[in-house]
Design a binder for this molecule. Structure first.
Ligand SMILES: [Zn+2]
Length: 269
């Protein structure tokens, strides 16, 4: 079984990703379940320009398509709610979405780059408290830029020991070394494989255990064949030989099931 813990629909970086793209690619590459967030909720564009007024969706409207997708493809899709700490914060619209999404809501998604705000900033705290109250993990984009530093995710995870944090990308555009050390040093901090060299992911597994790594991809950001990227081909293929069968099962689905509270019936086999 394969669970992809990092999938998108909506607008992101000039891409328009539809639910059908996700479903087709899942079927083509044998992915059983995807945790989906809506790129339409970005607060600033790639160049950190403000978005046009008529494009700025509120947290409810921006995330609602993911809840609708989860309902339509019941049992195959979970929702990571993309938060807007810069322009909104925890408000009635967000709580309404969480209520309507019910059991489909599996995580909160924080994107420090697109919010121009580190995850350990004071304005993020209401979201992290909400995650603690509702017992849902927080998945956080991490990279080398000034807002997305891995150490900010570490600091947030340290301040909220009851919340599970996934450090997505393990420091995009870095050699992942710092991210791996930080992930290894807190029990509630995990890494994912999204655009992470398989050799770097293996270092995390060998040093701190397979329990610390989740499979994720950013599908379908490069189209329906995002999984054909050499990194993902390796995770689906050769990586199996690099770790034990037990470790492989944890990385590809077991950790996601445990951390996001999923129970998924396998279609194939
Ligand atoms: Zn992403």
């Amino acid at each position: 079984m394969i669970i992809d813990s990092h999938v998108h629909i909506g607008e992101l970086g000039g891409f328009h990703m539809k639910p059908e793209h996700v479903i087709h690619s899942m079927e083509k590459y044998g992915v059983d379940y995807s945790l989906v967030s809506s790129g339409t909720a970005v607060e600033f564009d790639e160049q950190h320009g403000s978005l046009p007024e008529d494009w700025l969706y509120d947290q409810y409207s921006a995330n609602l398509p993911t809840v609708e997708m989860a309902r339509q493809y019941d049992g195959r899709i979970g929702v990571a709610v993309w938060c807007k700490p810069h322009t909104e914060g925890v408000n009635a619209r967000l709580l309404r979405l969480l209520d309507e999404g019910g059991a489909y809501i599996k995580a909160l998604k924080i994107h420090p780059y697109h919010s121009m705000m580190p995850v350990n900033a004071p304005q993020m705290q209401p979201y992290l408290r909400l995650a603690a109250e509702r017992r849902i993990p927080v998945v956080v984009h991490s990279a080398g830029d000034e807002w997305s530093q891995p150490r900010y995710v570490y600091e947030a995870a340290k301040a909220f020991p009851d919340v599970t944090f996934v450090m997505v990308h393990m420091g995009l555009c870095t050699d992942n070394t710092q991210a791996i050390e930080l992930i290894g040093s807190l029990p509630n901090l995990y890494g994912d494989t999204t655009w992470v060299r398989p050799e770097a992911a293996l270092r995390l597994v060998k040093k701190y255990g397979a329990e610390k790594l989740l499979f994720g991809s950013d599908n379908p950001i490069d189209g329906e064949d995002t999984y054909a990227h050499p990194f993902y081909r390796t995770y689906f293929g050769a990586f199996k030989e690099w770790v034990t069968p037990e470790e492989y099962e944890l990385i590809m689905h077991g950790n996601a099931e445990r951390l996001f509270g999923l129970s998924i019936s396998e279609k194939s086999t």
